[in-house]
Design a protein around this ligand. Structure first.
Ligand code: MGD
Ligand code: MGD
Ligand code: SF4
Ligand code: MO
Length: 723
């Protein structure tokens, strides 16, 4: 009997509900948007529509793989875990715990395994050599929000459905479907903003599809958003347009700092005319409800953290933080208050370059240093989970060489690819349809409060879930056998029953533990978090539990965003910190760059709707057409440099030959190359036919955003020459 299942799409941050039809053999015969999902209301994109193809890709690994020299062979699970255990014992016993490195990639922010088991696994590994894709992505936002609001996950999102004015910098949601702003059908929500008379302004060095939809598009020189935003702050303050409606610290220091960035001065650096800066500041301040939203183009840049900070400074100054139609905080179903512990960075530093820790991890920009540099604490064993840093990390080409020299490497990944080919053991997670799904992180960045859980749609047929794989790795690393979930649940409950206001204060932890629902440990942990969360049966504030979500397979709407200050603040002062010392120090670095002459040509990235970083190029309907790896360049630059056909792009780190795509969409002085291409040595047959080249041969691991250690992918100086 064919069956119909409803699931959340795990492929991007938009969390669309999908309706899939399956035949008897578990083969996906159809995918459409779930019209009954209260949040996504039937929206689907080409990637979601290809979910079945992706899930059933014949090149996905179905069994663990063990490598002997150059040769790969399939292995059973027991044999594979035994090989991992032997490798761990050999390296950790000889060189100590710090010789272990771990890298978590982007999909681990989407999987339940990543959310629930990566933390305990890292603890069990006992190393500080922890790296994730976050420092190639959004770490600047975590750091700025951590310092301003006290917690790195307390990130405001534009109240898309109610705002009247949206200033968007360095984001292209018509291709990406949104990021750090979970909004299924982002394009439709932007059209609705304009239809109700609102205004959308997009700031981007490229005239993107989002720019084409906007009321106004402003070209900005890559890497200079912090200057532009300071110009806006300067204008708002100089013209007395500020109307701070919250309790804040540091307004005078912001005023002082902003004096150095008047519009006419920052205009030279940013390429944005002074009169445009002044007008935008006035419009923003005058709009009844407005939000500033900035994303990856402004994060993966030299002054990423300052840009993220200034976004929220503007939201505060214009009276738009935490009010409907402005920039607001979601209230996710699994949020749990916890103690007030102010955020800090730099609790430890990296061994080789002395870079500060942020959120318990070190910058991926220094992973190669830590592997290649001899001495105590050198990484000799690497565990990668859901990551492809050879293609995704800055100067990934160097990592390619570094990985080849590791004593032992283990990868948890469905593919043998550019990164995992260096592993000694690959442990493949099961199909997406065999996995449960709950968006622990993304529901916290949603533009409407919402919860949805999808149970596994197909049985595991003998293979371990990804949760079980990570739990088993934790056991191997710690040498402690036992039920990890029961242990974590026991610990959380022991704390909750002692916490005033938790809703279960004074109750019997063992009794509560026995009452939890769920077929797996992961489900019981979800049930616990839902029950203790702000809508939970045990919080005394609602009726939510795992059972409620199982009874609502299309998801539950938990209402529009509501003002949440000061409740969500975790700063020591209890108010919004508008001028954190660490950021004021970095303003000095920004000032030093004010008069710098921009390089003649700089590189930026781009995303395509049918792509997803490095790992969707093996699905035939998603590659080809406009989704190709070309170097976009303004025709004036093409003519000036006498280029045609293919060109050589050279940076301080490497060189590529790539097909040229002349286009007016990109501003002069800027070239764009998408990342995630350059397929080589992977078992992905379709991807090999569309190999392309890796932008991260060119990017530079020595260039980082100082406060966050984040990689700089935008504004990389390059020269382009005829072949
Ligand atoms: N030049 C440049 N570089 C960039 C960027 C850029 O804009 N420009 N963007 C950066 C950003 S934002 C990010 S997030 C990073 C991404 O960096 P990474 O996370 O390192 O790279 P991905 O290509 O997302 O790799 C995902 C890997 O996870 C595997 N995978 C997929 N699903 C699962 C699963 O369910 N379980 C497991 N265990 N594995 C799975 C895939 O096979 C693939 O190997 O790239 C960064 N790199
Ligand atoms: N289709 C698709 N969707 C994706 C992904 C994907 O690879 N493909 N990746 C997912 C991931 S991991 C992430 S993090 C999100 C990212 O989501 P978005 O942040 O929306 O990412 P992009 O589409 O790369 O848009 C970034 C924009 O910044 C512009 N830009 C570059 N440099 C600068 C600069 O210096 N200043 C300004 N103002 N703009 C600049 C670029 O031209 C580009 O238009 O997308 C997610 N969704
Ligand atoms: S927008 Fe994102 S979540 Fe929605 S269908 Fe496409 S890939 Fe899936
Ligand atoms: Mo990302």
């Amino acid at each position: 009997m064919p069956s119909t299942v409803h699931r959340t799409c795990p492929l991007c941050e938009a969390v669309c509900g999908l309706t899939l039809t399956l035949d008897d053999g578990g083969h996906v015969t159809g995918v459409r948007g779930d019209r009954d999902d209260p949040f996504s209301k039937g929206f689907i994109c080409p990637k979601g529509a290809s979910l079945g193809r992706l899930d059933e890709d014949p090149d996905r690994l179905r069994h663990p793989m063990i490598r002997d020299g150059e040769r790969w062979r399939e292995a059973g699970w027991d044999e594979a875990f035994a090989a991992v255990e032997a490798g761990f014992e050999r390296v950790a016993q000889t060189y100590g715990r710090q010789s272990i490195g771990v890298y978590l990639g982007n999909p681990s922010a989407h999987t339940m395994a990543g959310a629930l088991y990566a933390g305990p696994m890292i603890k069990a590994l006992g190393t500080r050599n922890v790296f994730t894709a976050s420092t190639a992505d959004q770490m600047p936002k975590h750091v700025s929000c951590g310092l301003m609001f006290g917690h790195p996950m307390t990130i405001p999102v534009p109240d898309l459905d109610r705002t009247g004015y949206l200033l968007m910098l360095g984001a292209n949601p018509l291709e990406s479907n949104g990021s750090l702003c979970t909004a299924p059908d982002f394009p439709g929500r932007l059209r609705a903003l304009r239809a109700r008379g609102g205004r959308l302004v997009v700031v981007d060095p490229r005239h993107t599809r989002t720019a084409a939809l906007a009321d106004e598009h402003v070209f900005v020189r890559p890497g200079t958003d912090a200057y532009l935003l300071f110009g806006l702050v300067h204008t708002v303050l100089a013209e007395g347009l500020d109307r701070v409606s919250l309790q804040v610290n540091g307004l005078d220091q912001v005023r002082e700092a902003a004096k150095h960035f008047p519009p006419d001065v920052v205009a030279r650096r940013t390429g944005v005319p002074a009169e445009v800066i002044v007008r935008l500041a006035r419009e923003l301040a005058a709009a009844p409800a407005a939000a500033v939203y900035a994303r990856i183009g402004t994060c993966t840049a030299e002054f990423g953290t300052l840009a993220q900070w200034l976004v929220d400074v503007l939201n505060v100054l214009t009276g738009n933080l935490d009010r409907p139609g402005g920039a607001m905080f979601a209230k996710p179903a699994t949020e749990y208050g916890g103690p007030r512990r102010p955020y800090t960075v730099g609790r430890w530093t990296s061994r080789v370059r002395g870079l500060p820790e942020t959120n318990g991890e070190l910058p991926v920009a220094t992973l190669a240093d830590e592997i290649e540099t001899p001495g105590e604490g050198q990484i000799r064993l690497l565990l990668t989970v859901a990551g492809n840093p050879v293609l995704s990390a800055p100067h990934g080409a160097r990592l390619d060489r570094a990985f080849a020299g590791l004593d032992f490497m283990v990868s948890v990944d469905p593919y043998l690819n550019e990164t995992t080919r260096h592993a000694h053991v690959i442990l493949p997670p099961p199909r997406m349809l065999q996995s449960g799904h709950f968006d622990f992180a993304l529901q916290g960045f949603a533009v409407r409060n919402y919860a949805r859980y999808s149970r596994p749609s197909l049985p595991l047929d003998g293979r371990p879930s990804e949760a079980e794989i990570l739990a088993r790795l934790a056991m191997i690393a710690s040498g402690v056998e036992g039920d990890l979930d029961a242990f974590v649940i026991g610990q959380s409950l022991a704390k909750a029953v002692q916490t005033p206001g938790s809703g279960v204060e004074g109750r019997d932890a063992a009794e509560l533990q026995a009452a939890l629902d769920g077929e797996t440990g992961a489900e019981r942990r979800l049930d616990l978090m839902l029950r203790l969360g702000p809508y939970g049966t045990w919080s005394g504030k609602g009726e939510l539990s795992l059972r409620t979500l199982l009874d609502h397979p299309h998801g539950i709407d938990l209402g529009p965003l509501e003002p949440r200050l000061p409740e969500v603040l975790r700063t020591a002062s209890g108010v919004v910190e508008l001028a954190p010392a660490l950021l004021l120090r970095d303003v000095e670095r920004l000032r030093a760059g004010l008069e710098e002459q921009p390089p003649e040509l700089v590189l930026i990235g781009r995303r395509h709707l049918r792509s997803n970083n490095s790992w969707l190029h093996n699905v035939a309907p998603l590659v080809g057409g406009s989704n190709t790896c070309t170097l976009q360049m303004n025709p004036a630059d093409v003519a000036r440099l006498g280029l045609a056909g293919e060109a050589v792009v050279r940076s301080a780190r490497g060189e590529l030959t790539v097909p040229l795509e002349p286009t007016d969409a990109i501003m002069p002085g800027v070239v764009s190359l998408p990342h995630g291409w350059g397929h080589a040595g992977s078992s992905q047959a379709v991807a090999a036919e569309h190999a392309g080249v890796s932008a991260n041969v060119l990017t530079d691991e020595t260039a980082i955003d100082v406060p966050s250690g984040n990689a700089v992918f935008n504004g990389v100086p390059v020269t382009v020459l005829p072949t």
